[in-house]
Ligand binder design. Structure first.
Ligand SMILES: [Fe+2]
Length: 265
């Protein structure tokens, strides 16, 4: 039985993974690598290479931490599953990324609602090698602790969803993915960029905070940033006046049309 500490972290117990679990990682990794060339943003691919995350099997967090810590001062901490918001934000605010340890089963390759080690490590951690994104996620954690105190968690959770999990970025080579929910899904990696059905809006903090999202299907709406500096700058101001300004504004559906915000390449 794995001991759970007071901050809800555990040991990864890397030696305990079975051959089958490493084989599932290999399958997922190789499939995503083929898809992500020309789809994932450059910063993600550089982070993946810099960390040496590869097809050979589920990585040992300790090995990744040696590299990550030197690059941006972030560390991965192992957790048993989704952790309560206050603990999650407190980890981010201290540059600690909570990662699950278990890997999905072979019959769940294409779809899994909860995060697993492939989503957390292959989806989230490579961007933490980028200094600007690394600062953004720490600022997000600090903002999360404040939002909890102010009772506006839902607004802030939408920012995480539409950026960290499902964000797109405009580059000179075209639209690219940086959101880990997309990067760790073979189907959505193609759908988010190539399918005509979802809408793509320019990044807009207030619009994001008012827009609902769904967790049980591909997204109907993506928000496009110009670069990570735009994200970091957007989270710099105190959100308290923004939350106040929005108190009486209704939530919006992701399907709502809004031609002014449409991303035009
Ligand atoms: Fe995630």
């Amino acid at each position: 039985m794995t001991a759970v500490r007071s901050d809800l972290t555990i040991e990864q117990n890397w030696e305990g993974y079975s051959e089958e679990e490493h084989a599932i990682w290999r399958l997922l990794f190789e499939r995503q690598q083929r898809l992500l060339v020309g789809r994932a943003c450059r910063e993600y691919l550089e982070g993946l290479g810099g960390l040496g995350v590869a097809a050979d099997g589920i990585p040992d967090f300790q090995r990744l931490n040696d590299i990550l810590d030197r690059a941006t001062g972030w560390r991965i901490v192992a957790v048993p599953g989704l952790v309560p918001d206050d603990i999650f934000f407190a980890h981010l605010a201290r540059r600690r990324f909570p990662s699950t340890c278990f890997i999905r089963r072979r019959d769940q390759l294409d779809y899994l609602q909860e995060p697993d080690v492939f989503h957390d490590i292959c989806g989230h951690v490579p961007l933490l090698m980028n200094p600007v994104f690394a600062d953004y996620l720490q600022a997000y954690g600090e903002g999360g602790l404040k939002a909890l105190g102010l009772g506006h968690l839902q607004r802030l959770a939408r920012l995480y969803w539409y950026t960290v999990e499902f964000g797109l970025i405009a580059t000179e080579e075209g639209l690219r993915i940086y959101g880990s929910g997309i990067l760790s899904s073979a189907g959505e990696s193609v759908y988010s960029l190539d399918d005509p059905r979802p809408r793509r809006f320019r990044f807009d903090l207030r619009r994001i905070m008012r827009t609902r999202y769904r967790i049980d299907d591909y997204q109907q709406l993506y928000f496009v940033i110009d670069d990570f500096q735009e994200l970091f700058d957007a989270t710099r101001p105190d959100f308290a006046p923004i939350y106040r300004e929005m108190t009486n504004l209704p939530d919006l559906e992701p399907s709502r049309l809004d031609q002014d915000r449409e991303f035009v390449p």
